[in-house]
Design a binder for this molecule. Sequence first.
Ligand SMILES: C[S@@+](CC[C@H](N)C(=O)[O-])C[C@H]1O[C@@H](n2cnc3c(N)ncnc32)[C@H](O)[C@@H]1O
Length: 255
Amino acid sequence: MSRASSPPLDPVAVSEDLTPLPSLKKAGNADIDFDGQLDQPLKIHEDARSGCGGQTWPAGLVLGKHILRYHRRELQDARILELGAGGGLVGLAVALGCGGGSSLLLTDQDEMLQLMQHNIRLNGVESRASALVLNWGEPLPEAVVQQRPNVVLAAECVYFEPAFPLLMQTLKDLFVLNDEAVVYFCFKKRRRADMQFVKMAKKAFAVDEMFDEDRPVFSRQALFLFSFQSKTAANANKAAAANGKANGANGMHKS
Ligand SMILES: C[S@@+](CC[C@H](N)C(=O)[O-])C[C@H]1O[C@@H](n2cnc3c(N)ncnc32)[C@H](O)[C@@H]1O
């Protein structure tokens, strides 16, 4: 298949949206604490002139809050990669909120590189976060291969149908690199076609809707929050859980 990358978002190309993309904001700084999840708010410079990722999107806020609320400990020492990071909202929230043992790669198209680097500096996390270009569908950059991420974050990356196979390819490549990785994936459905991406993902990966006490609220806003795992890892986890239960029932407990 073609490994050409998708062009940046053209607002005209999404004019058939069921829910339109928000109108572009003026450049400026925002402090975001994810509804009190961060003691010290994340500082984000937004500048939509660099592309649609230059501003904050609803799925990024939902995913950031979800990770901080439910996955903090798991991510403390994780090797984290963010796809389509834009200004780095989710990845940087995780870097601030999940402790110093993790390493973070923020990735996006070339247009977003400066903004990602700027926001890394703004939050003082240069020692454990860096930014690089990763065009979906292209071979994974060497830095990603070296990092071998075990946690992948992707917010609001489903909005442009021609990019779906490219994003799928990158996710598959990441599971080839580490089939125990977990992808946390959140997007707002704007067009009927967006659900095609979920269909493709369900064919290729084990897809789960994650528990979140805010789900009734964000579902009403057509926001979807999933985890993806490789089918091999998901089956192994299920078998281990069933085994654990059986051992528990037999009074066998591993110390
Ligand atoms: C709607 S923005 C979301 C930004 C950020 N994740 C957030 O939630 O605020 C989508 C991002 O995907 C990136 N993107 C789109 N197509 C891409 C591609 N082919 N390769 C890499 N990134 C891409 C865009 O540059 C943009 O930053």
